[in-house]
Design a protein around this ligand. Structure first.
Ligand code: ATP
Length: 319
């Protein structure tokens, strides 16, 4: 293999730049040429492809977002779009592709692998919802951003003796809500995997108030309901007035944490190694601090691992 490509796709995540940097530098270190494909799969179809040098990825390790930009591309879900993308890769003489993104992006990589083009997936999404890895690139940074917000809101909750509902990202996976809720000492955490029972939540809040607790933090993952809807339901059930804070897109940006930068560097390098070994149709990940790789097809059949122990602990500690 002499020439490889790299693209970022789906929602951006802090640490994607560190992964791009690792791919480019590792490839150049081993004598390969690297091409950046801009705007995800739509840029691939359009042929928006440029050669990346060592200096192209200088001064980006600490930056959030992705220098390659990202996009959602419906056309790539069709065979016609995929064949157009393949044609662009072949025109440039690119022989392998690294796709950094979420599970949707993995499906794009799988489609190219089915057309016998070697593709490696790198898990890049703040949601931490991809099977085949314990952690995705961007999750740790997003978690710390949310935690910072929780800590700040807690100051106001304590001063004004109020209950706050904080809505965080997580459509199908509740990891951001669960981890930030545990780290931030939230009284209640609502996640898509275990949405919780309103009556039970109300009883716990009332019990806390009876023993003199004057403020509470409730974390709601967006996949369960909106913060506003939950506030209305809680008021109907208990009469408790709450304040709602929706964190929104601040969760996706920011300088990546050391953990995300190191993870991205390790995963990026591993993806290049796999292509150099002539492997395709794989995705890289981390398990117990070991960098691993797994069949892309089998990963897409699996569900994301939910950490039941962490959820149980959060319940035990928020009595
Ligand atoms: P996030 O988790 O941040 O949302 P994602 O990678 O899951 O990231 P998606 O929008 O689901 O984000 O997918 C990104 C892109 O991957 C899509 O816009 C499309 O171009 C491509 N893609 C998704 N599903 C398929 C599919 N079934 N076949 C081919 N390509 C696909």
């Amino acid at each position: 293999m002499r020439k490889i490509g790299v693209l970022t796709s789906g929602g951006d995540a802090p640490g994607m730049n560190a992964a791009i940097r690792a791919v480019v530098r590792k490839a150049i270190f081993h004598g390969l040429e690297t091409y950046g494909i801009y705007q995800g799969f739509s840029g691939l179809i359009a042929g928006n492809i440029k050669k990346l040098e060592v200096g192209s990825v200088g001064d980006i390790i600490h930056r959030g977002g992705t220098i390659l930009h990202s996009a959602r591309c419906e056309q790539f879900k069709t065979k016609e779009g995929q064949l157009q993308g393949l044609e662009q890769l072949k025109n440039k003489g690119i022989e392998g592709l690294i796709v950094i993104g979420g599970d949707g992006s993995y499906m794009g990589a799988r489609a190219l692998s089915e057309l016998e083009f070697p593709c490696i997936g790198i898990p890049g999404t703040i949601d931490n919802d991809i099977p085949g890895t314990q952690y995705t690139i961007g999750f740790d940074t997003a978690l710390n951003t949310v935690l910072d917000a929780i800590d700040k809101i807690r100051d106001t909750a304590t001063s004004h003796e109020r209950t706050f509902i904080i809505e965080v990202m997580g459509r199908d996976a509740g990891d951001i809500a669960l981890w930030s809720g545990l780290a931030g000492g939230a009284e209640t955490i609502l996640i898509p995997e275990i949405p919780g029972d309103l009556k039970d939540i109300a009883r716990r809040l009332e019990k806390g108030m009876e023993r003199g607790k004057k403020h509470s933090i409730i974390i709601v993952a967006e996949g369960v309901t909106t913060g506003t809807d939950f506030a209305a339901k809680l008021k109907e059930e208990t009469g408790i007035e709450t304040r709602v804070s929706v964190l929104g897109h601040i969760q996706r940006g920011g300088s990546p944490t050391a953990f995300d930068r190191v993870l991205a560097s390790r995963l990026g390098a591993k993806a290049v190694e796999l292509l150099m070994e002539g492997k395709g149709g794989r995705a890289v990940g981390i398990y117990k601090d070991e960098i691993v790789d797994e069949d892309l097809f089998s990963i897409l059949e699996k569900a994301h691992d939910f950490n039941q122990n962490l959820y149980t602990l959060s319940k035990e500690l928020s009595i």
